[in-house]
Design a protein around this ligand. Structure first.
Ligand code: FES
Length: 72
């Protein structure tokens, strides 16, 4: 799905940028160009950064819970 109409960057490109370490809209812009022109897509990029952060924390908690149960 097209996420940035100015650059043609897709949601997949933005998600990949975030999963590869982009933590701010500037990081995403540098990684794939999204958000680098009019800025209209930046709120959506910020939402995706927040969503990926929540997903990462949930995954880490699941791993910690699993490893905790293996320790006993
Ligand atoms: S829609 Fe992304 S910079 Fe304009």
């Amino acid at each position: 799905m097209l996420m940035c109409h100015c650059t043609g960057a897709t949601d997949r490109a933005v998600r990949n940028a975030i999963r590869n370490g982009a933590a701010t809209t500037d990081d995403v812009r540098q990684a794939c160009g999204a958000g680098g022109r009019c800025g209209g897509c930046r709120p959506a990029i910020e939402s995706m950064i927040d969503g990926e952060s929540v997903r990462r924390h949930a995954a880490n908690n699941a791993v910690n819970m699993t490893s905790g149960s293996n320790d006993s």
